[in-house]
Design a protein around this ligand. Structure first.
Ligand SMILES: O=C(O)CCC(=O)C(=O)O
Ligand SMILES: [Fe+2]
Length: 312
C-alpha cells in the first residue's frame, strides 16, 4: 500500500492575525487550504498556537480516563448518537470512545469531569476545556479561510460557524491480536462540517484516494489532521471532498486520538451560496436542516446518505 500524498500546511500565529486579512500571504495560505480540501478532502497541519505540552497533557489525561473502571466509564450515557461511552462494540471491538458535547463551555467540561471523578479532578477538566477550546478556534479559523478563499462575505459563515456547536471525541484503540481483526474504525465520512484530529505516535489513519485505493496517512509528530465533512461538502456544492477514512491497527502499541468536530446547531440550514453555482457547477444539493440530515443518516446508515437525502 502506498502512503497518501496529503499536503502538509503550516499556520504560524502571524498568518492568522486578523490584521493580515487581505494580505498576499494570507490569500496564498487560504488558497492552499481550499486546494487541499478540493483535491484530498483533508490535510495535515502544524500550528504553533496549540502548545505541544498541552497535546501531551491531553494524551496523559485521556489515558487516565480510559484506565477508569468499566462501570465508571459506562456512566457516561447521552441520548444523542455517537456520544455515549462505547467500549466492546462488536463492530469496532478495538475501539473505546466518548463523544462530549460543547466542552469549550466550562460548565460542560466540569459536568463530564464530575461524572467520571466525583471526588474531583480539576487538572483533567482544565486540560479538556483548554484543548477543546483551542481546537474549536482552529476549526473555525480553517472554515473562515475556506470561505475567504471562495470570496464569500461574512453572512455565509452563519450555518457553519456562528450557528455551530461542537463535539469533542476521545478514542483509544487496542493493538490487534490477529492480523485479520485489525480494523480500528470502519470506513466513513464525517457528517459534520469540519474535523480537527490529533493522535499519539501510533499511526493507523487511512484515507481513500480518488481511484478508490486505501492509503496510509503518515501523521508527523505534532501535526493535526483536518478532515472535510458532509455538511461542508454540501455547502460547497460538492467542490470540497468529504473524504472517506478509517483506522487500521498494526503493531503492539495502543493508539489514542482526539478530535474536535464542529457541528451545525439544531435548526441550522445548509444552503449552497449562489456564487458557487454556475454552468460548470450546477446545483447539487437542496437546502436542508443539518439536524434532519443527521437523523436520516443515523436511521439509514449508508455511504450515499448525503446524495440520497439532499441531492437534487
Ligand atoms: O482516530 C482517528 O484518527 C480517526 C477518528 C475518526 O475518524 C472519527 O472519530 O470520525
Ligand atoms: Fe472520522
Amino acid at each position: 500500500m502506498d502512503g497518501a500524498k496529503i499536503p502538509v500546511l503550516v499556520f504560524s500565529g502571524e498568518d492568522l492575525d486578523d490584521r493580515k486579512r487581505g494580505s498576499e500571504s494570507r490569500k496564498l495560505l487560504c488558497n492552499k487550504v481550499r486546494e487541499a480540501c478540493e483535491t484530498h478532502g483533508c490535510f495535515l497541519l502544524t500550528y504553533d498556537k496549540i502548545p505541544t505540552s498541552l497535546r501531551e497533557d491531553m494524551l496523559v489525561a485521556m489515558k487516565a480516563l480510559f484506565d477508569l473502571p468499566e462501570e465508571t466509564k459506562s456512566k457516561y450515557q447521552n441520548p444523542k448518537p455517537y456520544r455515549s461511552y462505547q467500549g466492546k462494540c462488536p463492530v469496532v471491538p478495538l475501539q473505546e470512545s466518548f463523544g462530549i458535547d460543547d466542552t469549550p463551555r466550562l460548565e460542560a467540561a466540569k459536568k463530564f469531569t464530575h461524572l467520571m471523578w466525583p471526588q474531583g479532578n480539576p487538572a483533567f477538566c482544565e486540560i479538556l476545556h483548554s484543548m477543546s477550546s483551542k481546537m474549536l478556534e482552529l476549526n473555525f479559523t480553517i472554515l473562515e479561510m475556506i470561505f475567504e478563499s471562495f470570496g464569500m462575505e461574512e453572512k455565509h459563515y452563519d450555518a457553519l460557524v456562528r450557528e455551530s456547536t461542537s463535539v469533542f471525541r476521545v478514542m483509544k484503540y487496542k493493538s490487534p491480536r490477529r492480523e485479520d481483526e485489525n480494523l480500528g474504525l470502519v470506513a466513513h465520512t464525517d457528517k459534520n462540517a469540519l474535523t480537527v484530529l490529533c493522535q499519539n505516535d501510533v499511526q493507523g489513519l487511512e484515507v481513500i484516494s480518488k481511484e478508490g485505493h486505501w492509503e496510509e496517512v503518515a501523521v508527523p509528530k505534532d501535526a493535526f489532521v483536518v478532515i472535510v465533512g458532509d455538511a461542508l461538502k454540501a455547502w460547497s456544492n460538492g467542490r470540497l471532498v468529504a473524504v472517506k477514512h478509517r483506522v487500521v491497527m498494526k503493531g503492539d502499541k495502543e493508539r489514542y486520538s482526539f478530535g474536535l468536530f464542529s457541528v451545525p446547531k439544531e435548526g441550522a440550514i445548509i444552503e449552497v451560496p449562489c456564487q458557487l453555482v454556475d454552468n460548470e457547477h450546477p446545483l447539487l444539493y437542496r437546502p436542508f436542516k443539518f439536524a434532519d440530515y443527521f437523523s436520516y443518516f443515523v436511521s439509514n446508515i449508508s455511504d450515499d446518505a448525503l446524495e440520497i437525502y439532499a441531492g437534487v
